[in-house]
Design a binder for this molecule. Structure first.
Ligand code: CTP
Length: 404
């Protein structure tokens, strides 16, 4: 007899916001897409939608309390946490968002989320001013850095009568995010990946430096995505305002020389090297340990060339590593990427055009993937989407190299 594949279980957490009624549609959509759906509601959510509605839609019991007497199950939050392949909280109020960001567990839903090892998708919904508050945005940053997937709210007329961001995202988008988590491929499992990211700061004296505008976002997105796909990731980063990406080992450095030392050490064992850092090509020839007084500042600063980290790693490659470089250009990105591909012995160079409004510090970018076989132009994508597309290519190259 053919064994049926076990159905993927999605645990939908519903919290007390007006968007709770849309959770009914989410549950229906997920059921239609073939998931087994179970619902946990907070006490506040039951004021908006009756548990019976979800019970009818899912044909499963709806849990609302840590203290309810489930037959045969004295620790319900743990069994729910283990049963779930993906957890999604939609709508997620500012209050529950804050609790999750700080690891509080004072009801069935927050306890279950804290106890689960499944990926968690959050779809926040709240008043525009609550959404924009620094504290809410800070909580979101914490949650992202800890591996939660955030489906951002949409903009428009809110239930409170105001207009702005805060409306629960479209049900189809939330369902897509759940599906992406449920089907996340582990195609980099076992691969050791080194990523360099961010700018480097080249000291002039105790407080001044030569730097550049790199935010580190691309490298951080690549590191995080690679970790989610099962890779063992070391991220060597110059100074950035970004939090450590979930599931990665982060080495924070300042100067190009420090980055070189950390990157060369990590590269020995690496199967994949992605050099996304904007390494300063030069450094001041002299560095004052003290802060220079303005009268002592030189009119010209003598510069020395920094070593090319990527070229050094490329030169040492015996063909076993997949090496990816970046080329941020204001000229012809494809021609320059080709030149760097050869000069630095890379397998792929991501060329991008930083002459316009895209590139450094922005969230979106237009890039070309340049290999010896040719150049592929990608549409304008978010840095996370670029990271995903790049890792698809890297995973394919690794498979080819390993003959699998
Ligand atoms: N890179 C590096 N070490 C350096 C300079 C660059 O590892 N000292 C890496 C970057 O991380 C990137 C690639 O090399 O992956 C290309 O960086 P870019 O600054 O565009 O290259 P340069 O060789 O400095 O080229 P250009 O002549 O255009 O300045």
């Amino acid at each position: 007899m053919q064994r049926l594949k076990a159905q993927t279980t999605v645990l939908v957490g519903v919290t007390g916001g007006i968007g709770a009624y849309k959770a009914c549609e989410l549950v229906r959509t997920l059921t239609r897409r073939g998931f087994r759906v179970k619902v946990v509601m907070t006490e506040a959510a039951t004021r908006f939608v009756a548990p019976l509605t979800f019970r009818t839609l899912t044909r499963e019991p709806v849990a609302t309390s840590l203290w309810a007497d489930e037959p045969g199950d004295p620790v319900h939050h743990i069994s729910l946490a283990q049963e779930a392949d993906v957890v999604v909280v939609a709508p997620c109020t500012a209050n529950v968002l804050a609790k999750l960001a700080h690891g509080r567990a004072d009801d069935l839903l927050t306890t279950t989320v804290l106890a689960t090892e499944a990926p968690v998708v959050l779809a926040p919904a709240m008043n525009v001013h609550m959404w924009r508050k620094t504290i809410t945005q800070h909580n979101l940053d914490l949650l992202r850095a800890r591996g939660f997937v955030i489906v951002e709210p949409g903009s428009g007329e809110l239930a409170c009568g105001e207009v702005g961001e805060g409306r629960l995202a479209e049900v189809a988008d939330i369902a897509d995010a759940v599906e992406a988590e449920a089907s996340r491929v582990q195609d980099l499992a076992g691969a050791r990946v080194l990523v360099t990211a961010g700018p480097t700061y080249e000291p002039i004296d105790a407080v001044r430096f030569i730097g550049n505008r790199s935010s580190g976002k691309t490298g951080f997105a690549i590191a995080e995505e690679a970790a989610r796909r099962g890779a063992d990731v070391t991220l060597v980063s110059g100074p950035t305002a970004l939090l450590d990406p979930f599931g990665t080992r982060v080495v924070r450095v300042e100067s190009a020389l420090q980055m070189r030392e950390a990157a060369l050490a990590a590269s020995v064992e690496a199967d994949v090297v992605v050099a996304a850092a904007a390494v300063s090509d030069v450094r001041p020839a002299e560095r004052s340990e003290a802060k220079l007084k303005k009268d002592d500042l030189p009119v010209a600063i003598a510069l020395e060339r920094n070593p090319d980290i990527l070229a050094e790693i490329g030169a040492m490659n015996d063909g076993s590593k997949v090496i990816v470089g970046f080329a941020a250009e204001t000229g012809d990105p494809v021609a320059e990427a080709r030149r760097k591909l050869e000069a630095k012995r890379c397998d792929l160079v991501v060329g991008n055009d930083v002459s316009g409004h895209l590139g450094f510090g922005t969230d979106a970018n237009r890039v070309w993937f340049v290999t010896r076989e040719g150049a592929e132009e990608l549409p304008v994508l978010s840095k996370r989407e670029i990271a995903r597309a790049l890792l698809d290519r890297i995973a394919a190259m690794l498979r080819e190299r390993r003959g699998t």
